[in-house]
Design a protein around this ligand. Structure first.
Ligand code: PHE
Length: 371
């Protein structure tokens, strides 16, 4: 009996040893230790033995049971460890691989320049205001001292909407695509009152197209309203702004007397440029051969009539206003020569002239492009 049990034990241990799966191991456990397993059968025989027999057989059979059970536990642990090793090997991440190249967008020069302007003017105490691109006739023209019959309306090559719009200021009005950012002057004054210091960047529309004109382009409006504001404040502000924007002190500005219905007096500001390799770059004598002036800015002291339209007392409040072509600023600063390319969406142009999204303009780090 003892000899045949030893053989069964070594057979069981061998089978346990070669088991490849938890299931195969379980089958071996059932065969030995299950209800009708051979070890369980041996244990049952203890009941019919004499105490003397039991003293010998008890420890022997318990020893068989422990040997099988220990072998199963050990094998189970080994199988589980092997399964974990296999899983870890499968799920390995090679941290030495270079990061995949992320598809990269860029910031359009117009957006970048608008951010640069906001940064420069924020430093001078200006906040940012906005108004709708689909504007009513009253805000775009009438309240800016351009009544229905005013010839300046024709100069704007306006895109009109066909239908009559809602009533504004007690009269029916037509809707237009705003021809300039100046209507935001009225909106800012009526909403915020005086004193006031705002810039208003945005899209404007005129039916016009050539190398320096597109039907949609960008302006930034500036407006300062306070007591005792005069032309000197305007001139200082524009000079300070342009020097900060172009990041050079030798900017050559030309101020020309001009006319806008909403400013009186009015001043147009040109900046001197020079031809270099077929490109216009800053600097130089605008009247000499190979040099010229680029019109950048319309400006002036806010007309009394405009203050009245906006509900302010013109005997108490004065102000100045200006409108800058953002696209032209970008062309001069970054050297593009055709405005139409700004709006072609050509990936090569954007890759060349666009800005890194992390290159956020700040006064401390510089409002220009990083090398
Ligand atoms: N709105 C004018 C234009 O588009 C520019 C301007 C703005 C002039 C503010 C004077 C004051 O031509």
């Amino acid at each position: 009996m003892t000899g045949s049990d030893d053989i069964r034990l070594s057979e069981a241990l061998a089978a346990i040893d070669v088991a490849q799966t938890i299931d195969a191991l379980e089958a071996q456990r059932v065969a030995a230790l299950g209800k009708s397993g051979w070890v369980s059968a041996l244990l049952k025989t203890l009941g019919g033995m004499t105490p003397e027999e039991r003293q010998v057989e008890g420890p022997r059979i318990q020893g068989l049971r422990a040997a099988v059970s220990d072998a199963i536990d050990a094998k189970k642990a080994a199988l589980e460890a092997a399964a974990l090793d296999a899983q870890l090997a499968r799920e390995v991440i090679d941290l030495t691989l270079p990061a995949p190249a992320a598809p990269k967008g860029s910031i359009h020069p117009v957006s970048q320049v608008m951010d640069e302007l906001a940064e420069i003017f924020a430093d001078m105490g200006f906040s940012v205001a906005s108004g709708p691109e689909i504007e009513d006739d009253w805000h775009n023209f009438t309240s800016l001292n351009m009544p229905e019959s005013h010839p300046a309306r024709a100069m704007h090559d306006t895109f009109y909407f066909p239908d009559e719009g809602p009533e504004v200021a007690g009269a029916p009005t037509r809707m237009v695509l705003r021809t300039h950012t100046s209507p935001v002057q009225i909106r800012a004054m009526t909403q915020q009152g005086a004193p006031l210091r705002v810039i208003a960047p945005g899209r404007v529309y005129r039916s016009d197209s050539d190398a320096t004109h597109t039907p949609m382009f960008h302006q930034v409006e500036g407006l300062v309203i306070d007591e005792g504001i005069h032309l000197g404040h305007l001139k200082w502000t524009l000079e300070t702004f342009l020097k900060a924007f172009f990041e050079r002190e030798d900017i050559v500005l030309r101020l020309r007397p001009s006319y806008f219905p909403f400013t009186e007096p009015s001043v147009e500001v040109d900046v001197g440029w020079q031809d270099v390799n077929g490109r216009r770059v800053l600097g130089g004598d605008g009247d000499a051969p190979g040099h010229g002036w680029m019109e950048l800015l319309g400006s002036g002291m806010v007309n009394r009539r405009v203050l009245e339209f906006a509900g302010l007392d013109p005997d108490k409040w004065q102000g100045f206003a200006f409108g800058v072509g953002v696209d032209r600023l970008a062309m001069l600063k970054y050297g593009m020569d055709d405005l139409r390319a700004f709006f072609d969406g050509d990936g090569r142009w954007l890759a060349h002239y666009g800005f890194d999204p992390l290159d956020v303009p700040t006064l401390s780090a510089g409002v220009g492009a990083k090398a």
